[in-house]
Design a protein around this ligand. Structure first.
Ligand code: FE2
Length: 425
């Protein structure tokens, strides 16, 4: 007797009429038209069954703090950092935990079951680090939360930056972060990349650095990150996040840079909602989009994922934990409007993100965890177009969340001879 049998599902790779059989929290069979006894049978009615959404780049210590202590007036990254600096001394652990748990509830309802969150290590008390480690423990049964030690004020620029970051790692933070473009000089930025990669190599940790989150075409720390990855043998364990300066770089230089990134096995995370909002703020017209070169990186074989980055915080006042909204913005900003391009944007918030996060048991193959999302859409393209309703969300075979099918009741005189009718969205 199976624990769960899902019938007539469409899978992201295009297979239709598929049955997914679950036993003891794992997928045991994926095949067309399976009929077998099960404790629960869910008829998917042709809708899309996807592995869960994964957010590879987030700031959970700041989320849902919009307006505290004030709103970012200029809308720039730098005012956001200054505003976060004003907020930090007033933060209380219980408030960070409460906001983070609320966000995790939103995430689960949207089928987002894995989040890599940076946590600011600049404060010597490590208050935010301890708070998010507590959140990680509490949500572990239903959401995989990875934490990145993020020296927001610059690991070399801020007093005690290296020591604070190392103490955060000692406490159990998973990944080494950095912010080379925020160090005092380009050479200090490069030195910080070298130092942080060496710390990661010594401790056997992955690296995920904010890298060149700037419109400055000469901000080239991603080159140093790729070089250090290669030098230290960290291939497959390193991610460069944002990399927005690549948008503005000289094309000849990029023709050398992208193959270097591919050779080094460095993954790249773009954050479309926030990049399109924060970058280009010093421009008059034309205004740059400021997102990294997503299709070109993908074409070179680089693993590229999309992150949410911010939800209602000093940098960004919008967002709801919906990775389909992220993919939707990503395909617009990158002009990835071909069928293949849209599907690649779906992968950027699912499989590509899972790959750089090294998630175990992720996928829709036999042997994988029975963690998936049933969307009210026929395929990944419709899912992004509609930011489709998440009908059901499972983690290891257990139902975590469900939503009523989205439908509108229309009252249109003269249509089809009826005065009113219901339409699915
Ligand atoms: Fe970020």
């Amino acid at each position: 007797m199976l624990d769960l049998l899902i019938t007539n599902a469409t899978l992201p790779d295009g297979r239709t009429g598929m049955s997914v059989a679950v036993e003891a929290g794992r997928i045991v069979e994926v095949t067309p038209g399976l009929s077998a006894p099960a404790h629960e049978i869910v008829a998917a009615a042709g809708y899309l069954l996807s592995p869960p959404f994964c957010d590879p780049h987030f700031h959970m210590d700041a989320c849902l703090s919009y307006g505290l202590p004030r709103v970012n007036q200029s809308g720039t990254l730098l005012e956001g950092i200054a505003l976060w600096g004003e907020l930090k001394p007033t933060l209380k652990a219980e408030d960070i935990i409460e906001r983070a748990l609320t966000y995790c509830d939103w995430a689960v309802a949207k089928g987002l079951l894995a989040i890599r969150s940076h946590v600011d290590t600049s404060d010597p008390s490590l208050l935010a680090v301890e708070a998010l480690l507590e959140v990680k423990r509490r949500v572990a049964p239903y959401l995989a939360l990875q934490l990145v030690a993020f020296p927001q004020d610059g690991v070399l620029r801020s007093k005690g930056g290296v020591d604070n970051l190392k103490r955060a790692l000692d406490l159990g933070v998973d990944v080494v972060g950095g912010i080379p473009h925020f160090e005092r000089t380009m050479s200090e930025g490069a030195a910080s990349v070298k130092l942080l990669c060496e710390i990661a190599a010594d401790r056997g940790k992955p690296v995920d650095m904010h890298c060149d989150e700037s419109d400055d075409p000469l901000s080239r720390h991603i080159e140093t990150l790729a070089f250090e990855t290669h030098r230290l043998g960290l291939q497959g364990r390193v991610t460069g996040s944002h990399c927005t300066s690549m948008h503005s770089m000289d094309n000849y230089y990029v023709s050398k840079l992208i193959p270097l990134i591919a050779e080094s096995g460095v993954s790249i995370v773009a954050n479309p909602l926030v990049n399109i909002t924060l970058q280009g703020r010093h421009d008059t017209y034309p205004k740059r989009r400021g997102m990294t070169r997503v299709p070109e990186l993908m074409a070179a074989g680089v693993n590229v994922a999309f992150g949410h980055d911010c939800v209602m915080d000093p940098w960004y006042g919008m967002g709801s934990g919906d990775m389909l909204e992220v993919a939707h913005m990503g395909l617009h900003v990158a002009q990835m409007t071909s069928q293949k391009g849209i599907r690649a944007c779906f992968d950027a918030v699912t499989t590509n993100a899972a790959k750089l996060m090294h998630l175990q048991g992720y996928g829709l193959e036999p042997g994988c965890d029975a963690s998936f999302v049933l969307l009210q859409a026929r395929d990944p393209i419709e899912a992004i177009r509609l930011r489709a309703n998440r009908l059901k969300v499972w983690k290891k075979g257990k139902l975590l969340a469900e939503s009523a099918p989205a439908a509108s009741m229309l009252h249109l005189p003269g249509r089809n001879g009826a005065t009113s009718f219901t339409r699915s969205l």
